[in-house]
Design a protein around this ligand. Structure first.
Ligand code: FMN
Length: 275
């Protein structure tokens, strides 16, 4: 819900025009909030008079004024940043600082969610927890009874089940020489947790988090198989303290890279049509 300062409001209608639910009306020359509010904050962001405040669990002091000189990203830079980004699977043991983790979390907080639900939470696994989890996750995947997996309620693509031969091999490698081909021996994992069926929010969010991680000079690798292990193991859910109805909807591993990529890679030609 929003509050409109009638002293400041000049009834220009800018907020009403940008309200996704057309909920704000101009009544007797002043903006007036309606019943429906996504709490998206567009009205706060467009108001020239700074007359609109979002009520509830929000801090008006964190609002930043837009400055194109500071905040614009050149398209070529963004494109090249994405072209040079690689999935990192070799890490040093150095833990990521709390300051960097806070920046990654801030990226997650500001990534948009469907209907502005903001229903995600995060778990960051320390090296100690990740090392505890690794053999359990590998064993879960290697020994999964595929016939018992309910594909309808699975939260990740059931095509992952085709990889069981690989997972068996990974578990053998781990048992033999402790080489971790699942979490790549990373110092941290980041899990996105949610109650609702909002996988799309989770996938979108993880993409932004990965970009932020790269911006900080760190490296990350998305974890489809790791996410699947959390879906399949009650033991893992217990260790990370999932509450009733919650699930890990996506995850990644991250840390300081022990590899340097000197150039971009090839990709298939883009398929698109204009109709
Ligand atoms: C949805 C998704 C799930 C992934 N899961 C894994 C995974 O479980 N293990 C892994 O090593 N890489 C995983 N990856 C990384 C892909 O293998 C990688 O993005 C792809 O090979 C292209 O390489 P690049 O990211 O360096 O461009 C995943 C990527 C995506 C987008």
């Amino acid at each position: 819900m929003i509050q409109i300062d009638a002293e400041k409001c000049i009834g220009c209608g800018t907020c009403a025009a940008d309200c996704p639910f057309a909920s704000i009306k101009i009544i007797e020359g002043k903006a007036s909030p309606g019943k429906w509010c996504l709490e998206c904050g567009h009205c706060t962001a467009v108001c020239q008079q700074k007359a609109v405040t979002l009520l509830g669990d929000y801090d008006p002091l964190e609002i930043i004024e837009y400055d194109p000189k500071k905040f614009r990203i050149e398209p070529e830079n963004l494109l090249n940043f994405v072209k040079f980004r690689r999935s990192v699977r070799q890490f040093t043991d150095e833990p990521v600082s709390d300051a960097d983790i806070a920046k990654i979390m801030e990226m997650g907080r500001y990534t948009q969610t469907g209907a502005n639900m903001q229903g995600l939470r995060y778990i960051i696994l320390t090296t100690e927890t990740l090392r505890e989890i690794t053999p359990i996750a590998l064993k879960t995947l290697a020994e999964l009874d595929i016939a018992q997996v309910d594909k309808k309620t699975m939260r990740v693509p059931y095509q992952y089940l085709d990889f069981q031969v690989t997972w068996k091999l990974w578990y053998q490698v781990y048992q033999k020489n402790k080489r971790d081909l699942l979490f790549h021996g990373a110092p941290h994992a980041l899990l996105i947790v949610s109650r609702a069926c909002n996988e799309v929010d989770g996938c979108f969010n993880i993409g932004h988090l990965e970009l932020m991680i790269n911006t900080l000079g760190l490296g990350a690798c998305l974890m489809g198989f790791g996410t699947f292990a959390f879906a399949m193991s009650e033991e893992l859910k217990k260790i990370i303290g999932l509450k009733d109805g919650e699930s890990v909807i996506f995850s990644l591993v991250f840390g300081h890279p022990k590899v340097e990529y000197l150039r971009t890679v090839n990709r298939k030609k883009v398929r698109y049509e204009k109709i």
